[in-house]
Ligand binder design. Structure first.
Ligand code: CP
Length: 314
């Protein structure tokens, strides 16, 4: 049977029904693993390329481990491995890989146009965005999986996001804004907010779904009844901040016990890697309300769901 590959470059590529089906698949993988049952070999015979030009612990391991658990074969490439380093074009590289791979999981932290170029016109090799400059969609899928497993449903949750409006925040906003009754309140340092186009897309989705997405640049007047406080590292992978004084702009957005006390029933999420004492206090990250390490493990189950969907499995 010839499968029709599906690319996952942005959460916007996933229709609502397929996003929910993928979440069901991811939570199913998590429950199956918790029960000690191995995954079905749904990727048997498929070859997955894993190409990371930027550092990664969780995402690279999740997709590599996930592909192997699903019975797929694996080829991994680091930043020094391909002939792009000797001048071959990115377009030629993608074209050659598409003749040999079934799926390509890539982290570039660069212009998303490159991944779109690899995916354009490809029906055999599915391209998965494991993070680029614009969005980190597979992180948001792990986050949604964590919320679905912990709360039973994502609808109606009230989330506070504190930190840079980076690619993690973008994916989170584009994912969460699909769920009825949900509140996402982003508190980003002045000058480090969500890209206006992403915020506009998230708000448009929220209006359709009956959700609310807001953004402010302070920590005043937090919403009542918060279920989740989410933060992320201050130095997003692959980026630098031109302002030498950026730390003083970020300092008020530290998540410590005082902030968590303003959200007394909230759990804490962090996409990791974390820098204790910087964006988060150790007693919050390592405390009883933190789901950060369960969230990291859920990257495996959501990666398995992404691989299956992109490989054309319904
Ligand atoms: N959260 C995340 O993407 O982690 P890695 O950079 O380790 O993959």
């Amino acid at each position: 049977m010839v499968r029709r590959a599906r690319h996952l470059l942005s959460l916007s590529d996933l229709p609502d029904g397929e996003l929910r089906a993928m979440l069901d698949r991811a939570t199913g993988h998590a429950r199956r693993a918790a029960a000690g049952r191995p995954a079905e070999p749904t990727l048997a015979g498929a070859v997955v390329g894993v190409y990371f030009r930027r550092t990664s612990t969780r995402t690279r391991t999740a997709f590599s481990s996930g592909a192997l658990r699903l019975g797929g074969g694996l080829i991994t490439y680091g930043p020094q491995d391909l002939q792009t380093n000797t001048g071959e074009t990115s377009e030629d590289t993608g074209r050659v890989m598409a003749g040999m791979l079934d799926l390509l999981v890539a982290r570039t932290a660069d212009d998303p146009g490159e991944m779109r170029g690899w995916a354009a016109g490809q029906r055999r090799m599915a391209v998965i965005n494991a993070m680029n400059a614009e969005e980190h969609p597979t992180q948001a899928l792990a986050d949604l999986t964590t919320l679905a497993l912990h709360f039973g449903a994502v609808e109606g949750l009230r989330l506070l996001y504190v930190g840079e409006g980076n690619n993690t925040a973008a994916a989170l906003a584009l994912g969460l804004s699909r769920f009825r009754g949900l509140l996402l309140d982003l508190r980003t340092p002045p000058g480090y907010g969500l890209q206006p186009g992403v915020l506009a897309r998230a708000r448009a989705q929220a209006e359709t779904a009956g959700a609310v997405v807001t953004e402010r640049h302070d920590l005043d007047d937090l919403p009542a009844g918060l279920d989740v406080v989410y933060t992320t590292r201050w130095q997003t992978t692959g980026t630098t901040k031109p302002d030498p004084d950026w730390r003083s702009v970020f300092a008020p957005f530290h998540v410590g016990p005082e902030l968590m006390a303003r959200a007394p029933k909230a759990v804490f999420l962090h996409d990791l890697p974390a820098h204790r004492g910087e964006e988060v206090a150790a007693q919050v990250l390592d405390g009883p309300d933190s789901l950060a390490f369960a969230q990291a493990e859920n990257k495996l189950y959501s990666a398995m769901a992404v691989l299956e969907w992109c490989h054309g499995l319904d």
